[in-house]
Design a binder for this molecule. Structure first.
Ligand code: Z5A
Ligand code: MG
Length: 206
């Protein structure tokens, strides 16, 4: 049986990741494909609940330690991800290790290389869709929320880190377009992937 594909969405605040992940899963299911939505952080686990209270500012955690918890939250879901992929389910993932690195490395005194290490060896995405939104378009989509990183200085440093992490095979999507146009572009890229043979699942940053 053909394995499922690992499709990751990344991008800055309000770029439309959650909207497009949901639309992609719905359209794949409508076409009779096996697809499921996942997100990181996955706030429902014990580690995820700690991350949730950190993001909501109800708990402070030392910077390196919270980074390791975000990574641990991905590792704890690795067996489930691999099982589903092997069952032929395509996973559409809202944020992954790239967000982990981009956000922590935006803090003082923590290097990009240090940030990458805990995630080395996680399942390698078959496709990374990076939704690139201008600050003008993002602002029109409403103000920042109440969570810890939702501030423009932090988001600007995060955007720079995403640029450093970008690899040649990322698909950069202009997320300033209408939701429908973004969705069409994503569907083209994903249907190309689904028509290709997938190699054995790789390991991230190895
Ligand atoms: N974080 C971390 O530090 N370390 C890690 O390892 C990981 C994450 C994995 C949780 O984020 C925080 O954790 C995040 C990074 C950090 N901190 N920040 N910032 P989250 O994923 O839970 O954040 P969120 O609340 O989902 O926000 P978001 O991801 O920034 O938004 P989005 O998913 O990209 O956008 P959206 O919710 O789909 O859309 C936003 C609004 O725009 C909404 O009203 C839409 O209807 C509208 N929208 C969407 N697309 C369009 C278009 N094309 N045109 C017009 N309007 C649109
Ligand atoms: Mg989101």
């Amino acid at each position: 049986m053909r394995r499922g594909a690992l499709v990751v969405f990344e991008g800055c605040d309000r770029s439309g990741k959650s909207t497009q992940c949901k639309k992609l899963v719905e359209s794949m299911l409508e076409k009779g494909m096996k697809a499921e939505l996942m997100r990181f952080p996955e706030r429902s686990t014990v580690i995820g609940k700690l991350i949730d209270s950190y993001l909501k500012n109800s708990k402070d955690v030392q910077d390196n330690a919270i980074h390791l918890l975000f990574s641990a939250n991905r590792w704890e879901l690795k067996p489930e991800m691999e099982r589903k992929l092997n069952e032929g389910v395509t996973l559409v993932v809202d944020r992954y290790a790239y967000s982990g690195v981009a956000f922590t490395a935006a803090k003082e005194g923590i290097s990009l290389n240090w940030c990458k290490r805990p995630d080395v060896g996680l399942p390698l995405p078959d496709l990374v869709l990076f939704l690139k939104v201008s600050s003008e378009a993002a602002e029109k989509r409403g103000g920042f929320g109440e969570e810890r990183y939702e501030k423009s200085e932090i988001q600007a440093r995060v955007a720079k880190n995403f640029e450093k992490l970008q690899e040649n095979d990322w698909e950069i999507i202009n997320a300033d377009q209408s939701m429908e146009d973004v969705q069409k572009q994503i569907q083209n890229v994903v249907s190309n992937l689904m028509n290709q043979d997938l190699p054995e699942l790789g390991k991230l940053w190895t």
